[in-house]
Each structure stands twice: as C-alpha cells, then as structure tokens.
Design a protein around this ligand. Structure first.
Ligand code: DP6
Length: 347
C-alpha cells in the first residue's frame, strides 16, 4: 500500500516584520509579527507526502523537480521528527493503526512562483510540508499546534497555516511552547483587502534571512528598541486597526514597520541592503497615490529582497493601478490583476 496526502499552502506577507531570533536552535523570534495570508490562487506551494512499506532508504524531498538534501537540513529534520513522534503517540494508543511512523517518507513539492526570490517561499513551503504530513498521519492537532512545528522549519511558515490576518506571538517560554501563530481576524472580517506583488527581481536574494537577522541581532545598535518597545506597541495598534477596519492606521503602521526593518538592516554590520532603485520608485508611487487621494489608500512593504507588496482596498484599485503602471516597465510583472487583485486567503 502507498499512503498519500496532498495539500497546498499559501504565502503570507508580514505587515509587522519578524527579523531576529532569541533562540536559533528552536527558531524563536525576538518579537511578535503579523501577516496577511494571500489567496491560494496567487502564490502557493503544493506538496504531496507519501509513505509505504515498499519505499526504502532515507526520507526524501523533491522541490520543483530537483532533489533537496533534507538529511543535512536540521530544520526539516526537526519538523519530521516532531510529526513522527505525534504519529507514534497515536499508534501507541490505537494498535490497530498502520505503523506509518516507521515508514520512509517521500515528499514532492512545487511552487507556482520563483523559489527564494524574496517571495516568502519558505513560509508556504514548510507550511505545506507540515500540513501534508499531518494529514497523511491523520494527526488531530489544530493549526495552532501545527504552527509550533512549522515554526521550526522557517519562522514565517507558522503564519501560513491559517487564513486571514495572523499573528505570530513571540512567547516568553524558553522551550518555545508559547511561540505560535494565532488568527487575529478572518478573511471575511475585511474581505476588501488586496495585495499586489511587484516582481522587481526574481533572482535569488542576496543575504538569506536566517543569516541576515543574526547579523542584525549581533550588531545593530537600533534593534533593541525595535524589539522591546516599538514592535509590541505596533502589534497592539495594528490589531486594533484590523478589528476596526481602519485602513489608514493599518497602512501607516505597515509602511513604518517595513522601513524600521530595513533601517535595522542598514544599521547592521556589515550593512544589509535589500531595497534597490525600483523598490524606491514603488515607495514613491505609493506616496504619490496617497498624496493625490489626500489620505492613505495604499501601503508598501518589502521583505528580504527588492520586491514590493502593496496593500490597498478594492475600491481604490484603479487609483493604485494608475500610479503603479508608471513603474511597471522596470519590473518583471506583478501577481494579482489590478481589477481583481489577490484577496487574503479563504480557508
Ligand atoms: C523579512 O521566516 O525566512 O520575510 O526563520 O530563518 O527561516 P527563518 O526566516 P524567515 O524570515 C522571514 C523574514 C521576513 C519578515 C517576515 O516574514 O516576518
């Protein structure tokens, strides 16, 4: 018999950024973060997990057609170990269950967007991996409990196991048992939200986030204030803005937090640069749209790369498109149509 389960997980784009670890082994963050999970119609990872008595050798993962070295990936191994032990607990309770925990796992995964181009591929990737194996093993754990496992694969992945507006609570416990994702609001709470992704560069990013955030924690003189005071206050304020559907506050905090993250990158030694001239042109375009409207109708945010994500409400799609079209010649396109851009994900 071959036991098999397939799933997809969407990308999430943070509006309050995770940038810094307090524990690198357990992948625990220096601060809480908050993101919007995008629609599966846009950027997602599809993963099939299977196991069988007829499989032999070590567990394997094929990503976009290429075999990945998961044996030497501590993070992947941590996820697999955790999921297997949960399955073992089930098998111990009910001895009639097939002993899937003993079988070799084969994972086949594909992204419908460029991998590692700063488009949050690790988030969707680990979320899909954890979900697919949890389904294969028929684990009873909730998305929140599974987020603890996905977090060990890649921090931002814990936020891709839920739809809508999702917070990753940094937690205070040393073992990380309270460092998990939580849905702050569902998609239906604020369904007019749209995200537009401007692909400025689809090349592999310069400094990988894991290494970059370590440099920042060790060397940035500005980062302690961000971790201790700035982000906790912003988390409270943006959660309130989401509850009240207050786009202007949501937009202001989103832009401020993206800028604060890139400021501590620049303040690191050696300095880390993710934005380029096209990114800055995108910031200018958003500022122009906001100035013309006389209020904040759009917000930009950038992760560990030059690609821009622009959040806005559906009703302002045309105004945002009007200014963005000027910079499109310098990009390699966008994700999400102007008329019907990407809504947050519905689960
Ligand atoms: C800039 O989740 O990729 O996108 O935990 O080391 O795998 P690791 O880092 P990762 O970092 C994402 C950083 C970010 C901000 C965010 O998504 O919150």
């Amino acid at each position: 018999t071959i036991y098999r389960s397939s799933t997809t997980a969407p990308v999430n784009i943070a509006v309050i950024k995770y940038w810094g670890k307090r524990d690198t082994a357990l992948n625990l963050p220096t601060n809480s973060s908050l993101s919007v999970t995008l629609s599966q119609k846009s950027l997602r990872t599809h993963t099939t997990a299977s196991c069988s008595e007829s499989y032999s050798g070590p567990d394997s993962l094929i990503l976009n057609g290429d075999k990945e070295d998961i044996q030497s990936s501590k993070r992947t191994q941590a996820c697999l170990k955790h999921l297997r032990s949960l399955r073992q607990q089930l098998e111990a309770k009910d001895t009639s269950l097939p002993k899937l925990s003993k079988l070799t796992l084969r994972l086949v995964s594909a992204n419908n967007f460029p991998t590692a181009a700063g488009l949050a591929s690790s988030a969707a990737g680990f979320a899909a991996l954890v979900r697919a194996i949890a389904d294969l093993y028929e684990l009873p754990q909730s998305p929140q409990e599974l987020s603890l496992i996905a977090r060990q694969g890649s921090g931002s992945a814990c936020r891709s196991l839920m739809g809508g507006y999702v917070a990753w609570r940094a937690g205070t416990k040393e073992d990380g048992s309270d460092s998990l994702a939580e849905e702050v609001a569902s998609v239906s709470h604020w369904p007019q939200m749209r995200a537009l992704i401007l692909v400025v560069s689809a090349e592999k990013k310069g400094v990988p986030s894991t290494a970059g955030m370590q440099t920042t924690v060790e060397t940035s003189t500005l980062s302690p204030a961000r971790f201790k005071d700035i982000v906790p206050k912003r988390m409270q304020d943006i959660e309130k803005a989401i509850q009240e559907r207050d786009f202007e506050t949501f937009a202001r905090i989103t832009m401020q937090d993206s800028n604060s993250f890139h400021a501590i990158c620049l303040d690191s030694w050696p300095p880390i640069h993710y934005l380029n001239d096209v990114s800055r042109a995108a910031m200018n375009a958003v500022e122009t749209a906001n100035r013309k409207a006389g209020k904040l109708i759009a917000a930009y945010t950038f992760d560990a790369g030059p690609n821009a994500v622009i959040y806005y409400l559906e009703e302002n799609a045309h105004k945002v498109a009007g200014v963005i079209k000027n910079i499109l010649p310098w990009t390699s396109g966008w994700e999400g149509e102007f008329g019907e851009a990407i809504p947050p994900n519905e689960f």
